[in-house]
Ligand binder design. Sequence first.
Ligand SMILES: Nc1ncnc2c1ncn2[C@@H]1O[C@H](COP(=O)(O)OP(=O)(O)OP(=O)(O)O)[C@@H](O)[C@H]1O
Ligand SMILES: Nc1nc2c(ncn2[C@@H]2O[C@H](COP(=O)(O)O)[C@@H](O)[C@H]2O)c(=O)[nH]1
Length: 200
Amino acid sequence: MEKGLLIVLSGPSGVGKGTVCAALRKRKPELIYSISATTRKPRQGEADGVNYFFKTKEEFQKMIQNNELLEWAEYVGNYYGTPIEFVKKTIDSGEDIILEIDVQGALKVKEKFPEAVYVFLVPPSIDELKNRIEGRGTETADNIKHRLSMAQEEIELLKHYDYAVVNDKIDNACSKIECIIVAEHCKRFRFIENKTKEGV
Ligand SMILES: Nc1ncnc2c1ncn2[C@@H]1O[C@H](COP(=O)(O)OP(=O)(O)OP(=O)(O)O)[C@@H](O)[C@H]1O
Ligand SMILES: Nc1nc2c(ncn2[C@@H]2O[C@H](COP(=O)(O)O)[C@@H](O)[C@H]2O)c(=O)[nH]1
């Protein structure tokens, strides 16, 4: 059976990754979303097991020690990581899964899964990124400053990605990601062709 795609979506904080994923969920309900573990405190309206698995630092360290994470990173004073079991199970069953993670984490995934699909969500401008993260109203002024300074460094790592999608309008960004998924499935013919040649 053909394996599912592992799609890694990154981009600076506030660019709209969560918003675009929420819209994609409605447009493409068959796509599976990985739920990350984090030591960050839940924001208003966030629920354990829905937005994140909220962990203490000790619980998170245990997950690292037990090799339960595909990747993990420290971001603005908190830990974030992707539980590996669910990702493996999903792709092995032939379903596509999307990881919404930061750039450091994405580059770690790339070391283990170079064949995954790496998509960078780009803000229309730095001013708009600032407006969005401020407008969301979830972070303190200091935290926003830190996130925006990370954004400058993260955008320089765009060259490691397969695709750049500008999140100007949510529908445009979703359409482009849907096109990428279709294209990547069509590209898998190379893999099938090689297997046929090898007589597998
Ligand atoms: N295309 C868009 N146009 C205008 N506003 C947008 C757009 N996409 C997202 N936003 C707004 O920008 C803010 C940040 O979006 P969101 O929380 O999805 O970002 P994020 O990249 O997931 O951030 P983080 O990495 O911090 O979780 C939200 O208030 C959201 O409503
Ligand atoms: N490396 C990882 N980064 C992750 C993961 N889950 C989320 N994130 C990223 O962290 C920042 C901050 O998120 P926030 O919810 O506090 O705003 C953002 O860029 C997320 O995409 C993960 O499992 N690994």
